[in-house]
Ligand binder design. Structure first.
Ligand SMILES: C[S@@+](CC[C@H](N)C(=O)[O-])C[C@H]1O[C@@H](n2cnc3c(N)ncnc32)[C@H](O)[C@@H]1O
Length: 276
């Protein structure tokens, strides 16, 4: 037990954060939670953890700030090359063909847990390269971290964050500004950033692709299962799901079909079933 946070207080915060976001703190990462709480106490000028607990129980804005502060927002452009190869060589061509056959002209992709925007902008750039005339693209980028969403909306990235962007994309979709790069408006206008917490239904429907990568690792199995069920609801029949390469639906008894492509393994919504 630490002086700052009793075992009882740790459990209260742990349960609240879990119930509100699905993010699970085990006793082995308790020190991370303690350090984030100390930061919040310093900023809010409150005397101790239990007073802070009463505050967040009554103040939903401060609760959002706490949830933001316990998220891990690590990301980068073109993260996991094999995923973007699968997207470029398999998913997008497949969807374009299927849309054409059905006389549809819009592709809708959800970057769920988009952090600071590198993932949805990568999706938009790669898809934009392949879109035939007349086919529209909308990328919905959502996260629980308001700070990260603001960075994404600005679309400005320092030089040290641009490393994974292939030269061709850098030239075509970014403008050099000061000590970094700005995403050009043609790509920016394809991406819509929105606050959304996986604990709730997104209200999205008919998504052709969902990317939810490197998010589920912070959840326990029950929260993972609930989030996966919500993705199922948001997806169109036969839509594709990308999860992080260290994440798996194995043993979760979902109706998603495991798809092994030449580049990476992804999942597809198998509409033979009616729920995830
Ligand atoms: C490690 S980042 C992954 C970013 C990106 N998907 C990637 O793979 O590079 C995880 C993101 O998930 C978000 N997140 C965590 N819990 C969430 C929840 N309950 N609802 C929505 N987003 C959540 C975090 O705020 C964080 O930005």
């Amino acid at each position: 037990m630490s002086e700052f946070l009793s075992d009882d207080a740790f459990e209260k915060f742990r349960d609240l954060i879990y119930n509100e976001s699905g993010i699970h703190f085990s006793s082995s990462n308790r020190t991370i939670l303690e350090s984030r709480l100390k930061e919040r106490l310093r900023s809010s000028g409150l005397p101790d953890a239990l007073t802070y607990y009463s505050t967040i129980s009554a103040d939903s804005d401060e609760l959002k700030i706490l949830l933001d502060s316990v998220t891990t927002n690590l990301t980068r452009f073109f993260r996991n090359t094999a995923h973007f190869e699968t997207f470029e060589y398999f998913v997008i061509p497949h969807l374009i063909k299927a849309k054409r056959n059905r006389g549809e002209n819009k592709l809708r992709i959800w970057s769920a847990g988009c952090s600071t925007g590198e993932e949805p902008y990568t999706i938009a750039m790669v898809a934009n390269e392949l879109l035939p005339a007349g086919m529209q693209l909308e990328v919905i980028a959502s996260d629980i971290s308001l700070k990260s969403l603001m960075v994404g909306k600005q679309g400005f990235y320092g030089e040290n964050r641009i490393g994974g962007v292939p030269e061709h994309y850098l030239k075509r979709y970014f403008s050099r500004t000061g000590n970094g790069y700005r995403i050009n408006d043609d790509i920016k206008s394809l991406v819509r950033f929105d606050y959304h917490n996986f604990k709730h239904d997104s209200g999205l429907r008919g998504m052709d692709v969902v990317f939810c990568r490197n998010v589920l690792i912070y959840f326990d199995e029950a929260a993972q299962k609930a989030a996966i069920g919500r993705f199922w609801d948001a997806m169109a029949p036969q839509a594709f799901l990308f999860i992080g390469h260290s994440e798996s639906l194995f043993g979760m008894q979902t109706r998603f079909e495991f798809l092994k492509t030449d580049w990476a393994c992804i999942y597809q919504k198998n509409t033979a079933g009616s729920s995830a």
